[in-house]
Design a protein around this ligand. Structure first.
Ligand SMILES: [Zn+2]
Length: 426
């Protein structure tokens, strides 16, 4: 199958501006990109008149939790039975694709096999969903983020408990046996954990080293939850591939990250922090509670850290811990606007974080999240200019077309094109 897109404004994931042009897709790849009008021959391809809309790469959610089905508290996820949990996760897979995310990098599955099963259903063509890198549960130590047990009472959460190198090794191997693509470890605590707060480094050096060593032996990537400065340094020293949060990174931690910036990818997962502070009252997180949890302080540190990350040229992905009650899945693209508003990114820089940098995290550096010859054909047609207004990417309304791997998920020819879109691109 081949498609020729004409009359579009191309934002290609590399340039800072859009340009009028044409794109040819053959099979699951972009086979030609041209500037200007009437440059490419149709040669049997189906013609799509873009009506002057923006043609851009499909977005990549770099910190995705498809199996986080709107819990208020962490232990709520442990209480969802596996059958319902799988079905609700399948619905999220389609939902997020409808919102323009053609790729998702999982930052943990709430139960061991959910991500893996969902990824397989998508790959086998039974379920409409994004390209998906499946994770295991968050491997955590006693008392760490994801351990919701009480001394008098058992409780399940999204964590996979493991203490000491032997148990860690076994936990990682279990995830590998079940077919995950990436391993998640929680090195620091969080404000949501009663006694292991964000600035506590809960996982020991030997535990982190063991997790990474085993994962890399099985050719898996490792992502980690690291808010405390010491936990960021521990992650860098032990070759973690993707380091999330980093809010409280100090000067030394930032220097260490900068030294490995070609290898390591960073993700702030800012949506959750943002929504807790500014919109928490919607779900009963009063100003008081938010203050007591230290969220405004965390917000301030996160903003300062990511301004610095930008200056140092770190590779940062968009992805905001969507999936909690306070951060419903579907709002994911809000993070692009947050990068501009809070972290000082230019719109083009923020969009690159949501496309090309994410493509790198997905394991397709230089061929995913880009519109160029040879790139994988994940393409959006957007009614609006995301360089001027990032909010056009939030919600499904503005996506006239969603193409994944050269196949139409939403076909622009299915809906009547509004008159104003018929005006040719200049
Ligand atoms: Zn997360």
């Amino acid at each position: 199958m081949a498609y020729l897109f004409k009359n579009v404004q191309i934002w290609d994931g590399e340039n800072d501006e859009r340009y009028p042009g044409e794109v040819l897709v053959e099979g699951n790849r972009v086979s030609a990109v041209a500037r200007g009008l009437n440059q490419l021959q149709r040669d049997g391809a189906q013609l799509i008149d873009g009506g002057g809309m923006t043609l851009m790469p499909g977005m990549v959610e770099g910190h995705c939790h498809l199996s986080f089905v709107n819990p208020l508290r962490n232990q709520d996820l442990g209480e969802v039975p596996p059958e319902e949990h799988l079905l609700r996760t399948c619905r999220n897979a389609t939902l997020i694709l409808n919102h323009g995310f053609t790729s998702c990098y999982s930052a943990a599955s709430a139960k061991l096999r959910i991500d893996v099963v969902v990824r397989q259903e998508i790959e086998d063509g039974y379920l409409a969903g994004p390209r998906y890198r499946a994770a295991g549960p968050e491997i955590t130590v006693t008392g760490g983020l994801g351990d919701e047990r009480k001394q008098h009472m058992h409780a399940e959460s999204f964590g996979m408990l493991a203490d000491g190198p032997d148990e860690i090794r076994r936990a990682v191997r279990l995830c590998c046996r079940e077919g995950v693509d990436n391993i998640k470890i929680n090195i620091s605590g969080d404000e949501f954990v009663s006694n292991a707060r964000a600035e506590i480094t809960s996982m020991s050096e030997i535990e982190v080293a063991t997790a990474v060593e085993v994962a890399h032996e099985w050719n898996k990537r490792v992502a980690c939850h690291s808010r405390a400065a010491a936990s960021v340094k521990r992650a860098v020293r032990n070759h973690v591939d993707c380091i999330y949060h980093c809010d409280f990174a100090d000067e030394e931690a930032l220097d260490m990250l900068e030294a490995v910036k070609d290898k390591v990818i960073i993700g702030p997962a800012f949506g959750l922090v943002h929504n807790c502070v500014f919109e928490g009252d919607v779900v009963g997180l009063t100003k008081d509670v938010v203050e007591r949890m230290g969220m405004p302080r965390k917000l301030e540190f996160t903003i300062a850290t990511y301004k610095e990350m930008r200056k140092r040229g770190m590779r940062v992905v968009v992805g905001g811990d969507y999936g909690f009650t306070v951060t419903p899945i579907g709002q994911n693209a809000r993070d692009i606007g947050h990068f501009v508003k809070f972290f000082g990114y230019t719109p083009a820089e923020a969009l690159k974080c949501a496309t090309a940098v994410g493509g790198d995290l997905m394991g397709h550096r230089g061929e995913l999240g880009l519109i160029k010859e040879g790139a994988l054909a994940d393409i959006l047609l957007v009614d609006g200019n995301p360089l001027l207004d990032q909010s056009v990417l939030v919600g499904p309304q503005r996506f006239s077309m969603i193409m994944k791997d050269g196949k139409m998920h939403r076909d622009p020819r299915d809906r009547a094109m509004p008159e104003r879109r018929k005006i040719a691109a200049e």
